[in-house]
Write a protein that binds this ligand. Sequence first.
Ligand SMILES: [Zn+2]
Length: 301
Amino acid sequence: MRKIYTVLFFYILFISSVFSQKRIVFIGVDGLGSRILKKANTPVWDSLATMGSYSYNVNAVLPTLSNPNWASLLMGVSTKDHQIKDNKWRKSDFKDHFFCNQEKGNTVPTIFKVMRDRYPDENIVVFHEWKEFTELIEFNTLTYSYHEKGSGLILKASDYIIKEKPLLTFIHLDLVDKAGHTYGYRSNQYKTAVERADSLTGVILEKMREGNALDSTIFIITSDHGFNGKGHGGRSKKLREVPLILAGVGIPVGLRLPDRLHNYDLPVTLASILNCTIPGCWKGEVIKALMELPDNKNKLQ
Ligand SMILES: [Zn+2]
């Protein structure tokens, strides 16, 4: 019964979203390497993958730490180009450096800045459990950012999405990374945290459905790195392989994406989907398989 309900739910999501403006809900689950998904029970993400496009071997950049990888997922380049090499990086470290015509203190333009330049009046927002996350984002770019640890963050984000219908909502969840560091990859607690992150995604979807806010939304689920024991930072496959799931308006259904995409292909692809100008210094490539719909409905109308 639950399965029928889930399929029906996503079918309604898909049909209702074809006809109006596209919006993005991007859920970044810190510390979610792909290999745990073989063990954990994640029905919401599985349904999104079935109704959308997916890969479980997207390559994280080195070192497999949070800051370098969130930077790449936002900035369209690898560590060599954004130069954010650890979690201690702060804007003030680059106060005398210029990158890509940005103001001093920033590195490469983020997807937030690229979208802000294209859509000056739209809501572009971040809800984050990791306090330092917004350090990566240019000043005066976000409409709103909110920090809270725990499930209250999801409820706040859901309410905001329903009320304000942001063009881009980025939600950073930290519970999986926290469980990995505390209990280790092999622990029940790590697996449970992964399952909890999946069910929190379900909460957002359900609340948006109740609030009639699913129209034209693209959901994205991805991560920065996996785990090895109680840590990460090295080069192994278990640390580098992360999932990428996209589902919603214009996203091909049931498409397995090409192997070994770079995580920094994602912002380039999003910029293309939303008709933004792709910065000349970005090095990722548009994921072409996502753009090959004959009726081109995956463009913002
Ligand atoms: Zn970590």
